[in-house]
Design a binder for this molecule. Sequence first.
Ligand code: GDP
Length: 296
Amino acid sequence: MFDALQDRLGGILDRLTRRGALTEGDVAEAMREVRRALLEADVALEVARSFVDKVKERAVGVEVVKSVTPGQMVVKIVHDELVAMLGSDAQGISLAAAAPVPILMVGLQGSGKTTSTAKIAKRLTTREKRKVLMASLDTRRPAAMEQLATLGKQTEVATLPIVAGQTAVQIAKRAMEAGRLGGYDVVLLDTAGRTTLDDALMAEVVEVKKAVNPHEVLLVADALTGQDAVTTARAFDAALGITGLVLTRLDGDGRGGAALSMRAVTGKPIKLVGVGERFDQVDEFDPRRVANRILG
Ligand code: GDP
């Protein structure tokens, strides 16, 4: 991910730093190229536009044009603004609520939601020594429930016993009750996904949210789907008020636009990223590290 963007931005900024003096025109021209590079990397239009405007606003100031190393100053501004666009500081999952802390996992089918649920459960149990219970609310796809049960065995994390015929809300309430009785710290609720956004899916998840009042609503989105991931994020955030994002398949060779746009479009932090299929292949999203990688 980000390789093509890294090449493009590297080239543009290199040319800028090799020049001695910079005029406002030089900066404006470079920013047009940066904007084009971002759009080609699938960054949402409004995000690319606002990014370039912010960099330009700071870069055409006297400090840069009069500086002895103007190109390097522009590079620093681009770096700072990239970090700001990505959300500044790494933010993990919050567990600052009364136990059992309900966490709702939402997203489209195939986004990596169930895998991410298991990855988070494993991370919380091994790293933070929390007692975690997972429950699948996908009443229409028994295979999804079985999948979570299998992942639970593989990760050695408890899953709520499957009871046929219950609604998603009933299962969610049963999971919270089991969480209370069993002394669990966290209850991860893996909601049903659909292949496309639809009202019935959203209505069901909204009902579940009302029933359990989750501390975190994490949207799992596939970074390889580019602009579609951004559209999905907007829709889920509008309906549910998500608290953060889990971006999967950052190990793939997508252009990276979704990863770069998500925070700016939703205003919600990317909390974790999936970087492979294994349970341990999940990292905190660190805006500085990503910006460093993109700018080389
Ligand atoms: P769900 O339908 O949203 O629950 O999706 P699943 O969790 O079943 O994941 C679909 C596929 O994506 C599975 O084969 C996962 O192993 C794979 N997957 C999930 N996250 C990642 C990731 O971060 N990187 C890679 N390479 N594959 C992933």
